[in-house]
Design a protein around this ligand. Structure first.
Ligand SMILES: [Mg+2]
Length: 303
């Protein structure tokens, strides 16, 4: 028998009972005979509840998710997340993207603003994050637009502007308290990823290196391997090995197309307020206003 858990997370402070009942009815009618919905539910928070589904035959969570697709798509104010219900749900490694995930902004746009090329950079970023452009190529094009910017106090000024996403500090604190390792893998740049790592007490950070000349002026290229989708996936697996964590107990959280390979490599993946295409391709979506709700995805109740 395989056990699955379906977590319903409302976008408002509370998930009203009639709404839960409606979702349960929809799930019942969407399920084939291979699956059984249990009467047992578990309230995780005012806005979050676990439902339990079992299957007597060999079925995967992806098959179950496919069956529940119409229910998942029918609710724009509730995220419905399907997982295998086992010990790996309590993740031991959570890897985050940085821009538009741990922080609200895209750092490259903040740098670009100093050269008046913000709009051009934003346009390329949008297309890259929606999976319309190859990430490496898009990074090359955007970094080229930064050529000639003098760093000086710029990095420090930008660090002061970074806004950490609502709920992230509490989430990181709770996950650490539960023995989970935390990492940031960013298609952005090293000084900022390291700054966020320190600020949130993360265990690991990796990002791209912007090259400067002797005068501290950006040359318009990066040095070293580009942190793209493939390298994020590779690094996530390396971290699992290094920390001795089975990959089933890892999760990638991000908003961009370049986070999808790491979501596929990890035990689970959550698209955080992501572009539509990414939401569609990711194992799960979370579109709430506080990232603390990820705790419920991982099976923890609110205190
Ligand atoms: Mg991002």
């Amino acid at each position: 028998m395989t056990a699955f858990v379906v977590t319903c997370i409302g976008h408002d402070d509370a998930l009203p009972l009639p709404k839960i009942d409606a979702i349960i009815e929809q799930i019942k009618s969407a399920l084939s005979d291979a699956f059984t919905l249990s009467d047992q539910t578990k309230k995780l928070a005012e806005n979050a509840i676990d439902l339990h589904i079992s299957s007597s035959s060999e079925t995967s969570w992806l098959q179950l998710k496919e069956q529940l697709k119409s229910v998942i798509c029918a609710h724009s104010d509730v995220d419905i997340i399907v997982q295998v219900d086992n010990e790996f749900r309590h993740k031991k490694l959570v890897v985050f993207d940085m821009d538009s995930t741990l922080i609200y902004q895209e750092v490259i746009e903040l740098i670009a603003a100093y050269a008046g090329v913000e709009d051009k950079v934003r346009d390329i970023t949008e297309r890259a994050m929606n999976n319309e452009l190859d990430f490496k190529q898009s990074l090359r094009e955007r970094v080229k637009l930064l050529k000639g910017i003098k760093i000086d106090h710029l990095y420090d000024e930008i660090k002061q502007k970074l806004l950490i996403t609502n709920g992230v500090p509490e989430l990181c604190e709770q996950l650490h308290a539960n023995g989970c390792k935390l990492a940031v893998l960013s298609g952005g740049f090293v000084p900022f990823a390291n700054y966020i790592k320190e600020k949130l007490h993360l265990d690991f950070a990796r990002a791209n290196v912007l090259e400067t000349d002797d005068e501290g002026v950006l040359t318009g290229v990066t040095t070293g391997p580009v942190v793209d989708g493939e390298l994020k996936a590779e690094t996530l697996l390396q971290l699992c090995e290094e920390y001795g964590i089975p990959k089933e107990a890892s999760c990638m959280v991000g908003d961009g197309g370049n986070d999808l390979p790491a979501m596929a490599a990890a035990g689970f993946g959550v698209a955080w307020n992501a572009k539509p295409k990414v939401q569609e391709l990711a194992p799960a979506r979370l579109n709430t206003s506080s990232m603390v709700n990820l705790l419920h995805v991982f099976g923890y109740s609110s205190k």
